[in-house]
Design a protein around this ligand. Structure first.
Ligand code: SF4
Length: 495
């Protein structure tokens, strides 16, 4: 029996999945190696933590032109098929993995899956984008009024339409014109018939790195994806930089935007990036361990065990244990094979909640005073369930230590966040949250402590913060214009 390819998929998150902030995308591109699509598939597999809902690859072959495949589901379930990969020939390829965003409300069309492709008078171009365009609604309105016909509901398609309206004579120049109109966060990987292009927004909010494989070039959201294909890390694409790679000229760097101070997303260090990646010259693992060290200094507590909430709390728990001298233990075990599911869970399964994914190591926990280290508290629903599991297992006390400051503001730069009123820290003080979670103590790392852990010895500079930390501070480095138009209230001077 043959079946038509899926065009729509309704996404059912795990019952506890909505209690984490989620990075929405990962991008990867390769130029100058045979069968580039195979390398892109491996790179996307290494970036799967940045988006599990769907993925796509576009390639170019000098004799057969452009080819593309976009699929729902994990990279390993789609882009490992020899039959599919044979349809993606060429030495130039880009790819994208995507997470279902808050805006899509769980229903995704295959046409929303990147990379997007545009045919211009000077040839075709494909674009994959990580981040969020904060003036996309205004741009879309303007473009539609001027005759553009959108194929998808994705904001990123605006870039293709803006490029189509540019009068420049080559695609990189058109892309510069288009991106100068775009506000927000964007790390773009794009390709033409003969060029691989990478761009970061002027503040460099989302990551993008450059690597080499033999004589070829690689662009990736994170360094962990360079490692999987044996590519060598060269450097980060700088905030506000466009890199263009061609076989004739090699790599050329352009500066299409007005220079600004970098505001890289500090949450990449806390949670989004893989611990084996390098960000800003620092090991993500080491930064997270250091967050635990800072947390133990700022919020010590007498206890018997330090346990991580797996997996993302692990390095901070190790740091907390090392600094406090309290033994580290795996008090909670994660079921490694409980991936995201696209099958609607039954009510009975929903009620199992966090138990589907995490189980308490009873023999270890019984009768102990336990410090649980987690990366963040978003709605607080998962934290409550974990605390219940630990108490059910016979723990004497439960103390939460959180490796990020209270998340009190939504992110508008490419991270899936609940509405502000759903964020626990937006409606409660720290002591109210402690009461709500019914734990013996609850402490978050301070913003200054987090800055120290990422290598800023003097902490946060209030007049010119070194990072984007808007989800903690409410200070948005780029005004979220669309959201403000829809009624979102920015922080007032009095807050
Ligand atoms: S608001 Fe938070 S999650 Fe979003 S880019 Fe800024 S620091 Fe990162």
């Amino acid at each position: 029996m043959s079946s038509a390819p899926e065009t729509t998929r309704t996404h059912y998150a795990h019952p506890f999945d909505d209690d984490k902030l989620r990075e929405e995308c990962g991008v990867f591109g390769v130029f100058g190696v045979a069968d580039a699509a195979n390398f892109v598939a491996l790179g996307l597999h290494a970036l799967q933590h940045r988006g599990q809902e769907a993925g796509g690859i576009v390639t170019h072959n000098t004799t057969t032109g452009f080819h593309s495949a976009r699929r729902f589901g994990y990279v390993r379930d789609n882009f490992t098929s020899a039959k599919l990969m044979e349809t993606l020939p060429g030495e130039l390829a880009i790819g994208h993995v995507r997470y279902s965003t808050a805006g899509s409300k769980g229903r995704t069309e295959i046409r929303d899956v990147q990379p997007f492709f545009g045919e211009f008078s000077m040839g075709g171009a494909a674009i994959a984008h990580n981040g969020n365009i904060t003036n996309a609604e205004a741009l879309r309105r303007e473009l539609i009024e001027r005759g553009s016909i959108f194929q998808s509901s994705s904001d990123s398609e605006c870039i293709i339409h803006l490029m189509a309206r540019s009068l420049q004579r080559d695609i990189p120049e058109r892309m510069k014109d288009a991106l100068r109109r775009v506000e927000g966060a964007f790390s773009v990987v794009a390709m033409t018939r003969t060029k691989l292009i990478g761009v970061r927004d002027p503040l460099g909010v989302r990551p993008l790195v450059l690597g080499r494989i033999g004589d070829g070039w690689v662009l990736s959201s994170e360094t962990c994806a360079l490692d999987i294909i044996g590519a060598e890390f060269v450097r980060e694409v700088e905030p506000g930089e466009m890199v263009v790679v061609t076989p004739e000229t090699g790599l050329r760097s352009h500066r299409p935007f007005e220079a600004k101070s970098s505001r890289f997303c500090i949450f990449e260090h806390v949670y989004f990036s893989r611990p084996d990646s390098i960000l800003g010259g620092r090991s993500v693992y080491e930064t997270r361990r250091q967050i635990g060290v800072e947390l133990a200094r700022e919020a010590p507590v007498d206890a018997d065990l330090v346990c991580p909430v797996p997996d993302s709390g692990t390095p901070a728990a190790i740091g907390f244990s090392q600094e406090s001298g309290i033994p580290y233990a795996m008090g909670i075990i994660r079921n490694q094979y409980m991936g995201r599911t696209f099958i609607e869970p039954t009510e009975q399964i929903r009620n199992m909640g966090v138990r589907l994914k995490l189980n308490v190591n009873r023999a270890l926990i019984k009768g102990k005073r336990v410090i649980l280290v987690d990366d963040s508290v978003v709605r607080g629903t998962t934290s409550r369930k974990i605390k219940d599991m630990i108490l059910d297992a016979g723990a004497k006390e439960v103390h939460f230590r959180i490796a990020s400051p209270p998340t009190a503001w939504p992110c508008f730069y490419g991270v899936d966040t609940p509405k502000r009123e759903k964020l626990l820290a937006a409606t409660m003080s720290e002591s109210e949250m402690r009461e709500h979670l019914a734990v013996d103590s609850l402490r978050f790392i301070s913003l200054d402590g987090l800055y120290r852990a990422v290598g800023e010895a003097g902490g946060r500079k209030p007049e010119c913060p070194q990072y984007c930390d808007a989800c903690f501070s409410g200070e948005y480095p780029v005004e979220p214009a669309d959201m403000v138009e829809r009624g979102f209230k920015l922080k007032t001077a009095a807050e």
